[in-house]
Ligand binder design. Structure first.
Ligand SMILES: Nc1ncnc2c1ncn2[C@@H]1O[C@H](COP(=O)(O)OP(=O)(O)OP(=O)(O)O)[C@@H](O)[C@H]1O
Length: 482
């Protein structure tokens, strides 16, 4: 049976399109060009569903939502908006809108949303109201209104009232940490701590104690009990950055925490209950790491409950202008004069590949603000800056046709160099061999489709030795894998 749908939008074309599409589905549609008419219908008790625009001549649609919810708590509201920032999406969600649709939208998507709004059961209690977001437009946490970013805002807004685990993927500098922060700052744990830990920045052998803490004497050098990040993040959010770099032993431990909701410190026995929301991020392809036996598949599924992919900047060049304006504006907080960019310069910016993504752009705009006298930056300056920045901003390329020995040597040199006085922690021989053994065994197993007899033959190893190593290195064997 058809429902009555109330539509408010000051754009006649949108009203017509919606009316036709929804009427085709057998619904009755009443449409208005302003908020007052919509409000009159709602207060008269009409309609089974509301679809409203945000900016209307007489009132902001978002301001209408709480009033509608007070008089007709059951009435579902879909908000459409061309004012597509994270705050619009968040405000719509926290005021109780059923869903949020950035304009321009796909009719099919709208129709699906309407069907869902009309058919999904009403929750017995309304979602916990969140404290209102006070932030003003100038302090938006995330800049950019490209369709890709709007989709991200929509997902973020839906996640605000939840504790779901989120996995953010994207190239370096795309804003993964910023997304994690937004999830925390606008979510229900905003009063709690936000604790970040970068797996790539911590020596592998210390990660477990960093995460879970350790007892006095748990290992050489543990002279005092220390709290881990899980404990520090209690009641808040734990951001696990570069999760792809987490050693397998720590992965196993993390998986157990996620499954059981409690952990023990390194060297400790008493289980400690956790109450943290996990947001993980990586710029690496975890599925490839899984295939190589370097990332646990079961952990991946635990973490990947809600995946959010941030596209590289070169795939959303529409955002560049707003980002440039934003970073020029930020520079004024440091006492620098406000600058702008002419059209030719902006077009050139949009053609750049931005391998370092938003971080690269941010650094460049800062330099422009600080180093150049002219108020309006022109093409010549941009050409010069891009030419100078290019070699440094390219990610270090691996030499082509490098032999295995040379590659290992290069990695080891970097490893030694990364330590104070060029001396890494003791136990290096075994650690390095394990690093080499793991991909060797994984790839052999992959090549033999998980057949251990064939893999042992391929490697020239005794079958039992192979089995033992698979266990020791915690390599996952998937039979029949391609
Ligand atoms: N949409 C955005 N709006 C405003 N600033 C942004 C946006 N995206 C990224 N930035 C800025 O770019 C810089 C890099 O962002 P961030 O550290 O979140 O990236 P990341 O993906 O976590 O990087 P990495 O993988 O290297 O850790 C930060 O200074 C951040 O404030």
């Amino acid at each position: 049976m058809g429902a009555t749908i109330l539509v408010a939008d000051d754009d006649r074309a949108i009203r017509t399109v919606l009316t036709q599409a929804l009427a085709r589905l057998g619904h009755e549609v009443r449409s208005a060009g302003n908020a007052a008419t919509l409000w009159r219908w709602v207060s008269e008790g009409q309609g089974d569903l509301v679809i409203t625009d945000v900016v209307m001549p007489d009132e902001n649609g978002l301001d209408l939502i709480p009033r509608i919810k007070r008089t007709r708590p059951d009435l579902r509201i879909i908000v459409m908006s061309a004012q597509n920032t994270l705050l619009t999406a968040v405000k719509a969600a926290e005021r109780g809108a059923f869903d949020y649709l950035p304009k321009p939208f796909d009719l099919k998507e709208l129709v699906a949303m309407v069907q869902k709004a009309l058919s999904s059961p009403r929750p017995p209690v309304e979602p916990v109201p969140l404290p209102p977001v006070e932030a003003e437009e100038e302090t938006l946490p995330l800049i950019g209104r490209s369709p890709a970013m709007q989709e991200i805002y929509r997902v973020l807004a839906r996640l605000m009232g939840t504790d779901l685990t989120v996995m953010v993927t994207g190239e370096s500098g795309t804003g993964k940490e910023l997304v994690a922060r937004a999830l925390h700052d606008y979510g229900k744990r905003r009063e709690g701590p936000f604790v970040a830990i970068n797996m790539a920045a911590i020596p592998r052998e210390l990660i477990e104690s960093e995460l879970f803490g350790h007892e006095k004497g748990a290992f050489t050098g543990a002279t005092m009990r220390s709290t881990g990040r899980f404990e520090q993040a209690q009641g808040g959010t734990l951001f696990l950055d570069e999760i792809g770099d987490m050693p397998l032993e720590a992965q196993t431990r993390l998986l157990r925490v996620l499954q059981e909701g409690e952990y023990t410190t390194v060297g400790g026995r008493t289980p400690i209950k956790t109450d943290v929301r996990i947001v993980a991020a990586t710029h690496r392809d975890l599925r490839t790491l899984i295939r190589q036996g370097l990332f646990r598949e079961d952990l991946f599924y635990r973490l990947n409950v809600v995946p959010i992919r941030i596209p590289p900047l070169r795939e959303r060049t529409e955002d560049i202008q707003a980002l440039v304006r934003h970073f020029f504006h930020l520079a004024t907080h440091q006492g620098l004069p406000l600058k702008s960019m002419d059209n030719a310069a902006m077009e050139r910016m949009k053609r750049h590949r931005w391998p370092g993504n938003v971080r690269e752009l941010e650094n460049m705009v800062r330099r422009l603000a600080a180093l150049y006298a002219q108020e309006v930056i022109g093409l010549d300056v941009i050409e010069q800056e891009l030419a100078e920045a290019a070699p440094a901003s390219q990610p270090a390329e691996e030499p082509v046709n490098e032999g295995l020995g040379a590659a290992v040597e290069r990695h080891l040199k970097e490893y030694f160099a990364a330590h104070k006085d060029g001396v890494p922690a003791a136990g290096l021989y075994d650690r390095v061999l394990r690093e080499v053994e793991r991909p060797l065994l994984s790839l052999s197993l992959l090549a033999t489709k998980g057949n251990q007899i064939k893999a042992a033959h391929l490697l020239g190893l005794n079958r039992n030795t192979l089995r033992k190593k698979i266990r020791e290195l915690d390599i996952q064997v998937v039979r029949g894998l391609k």
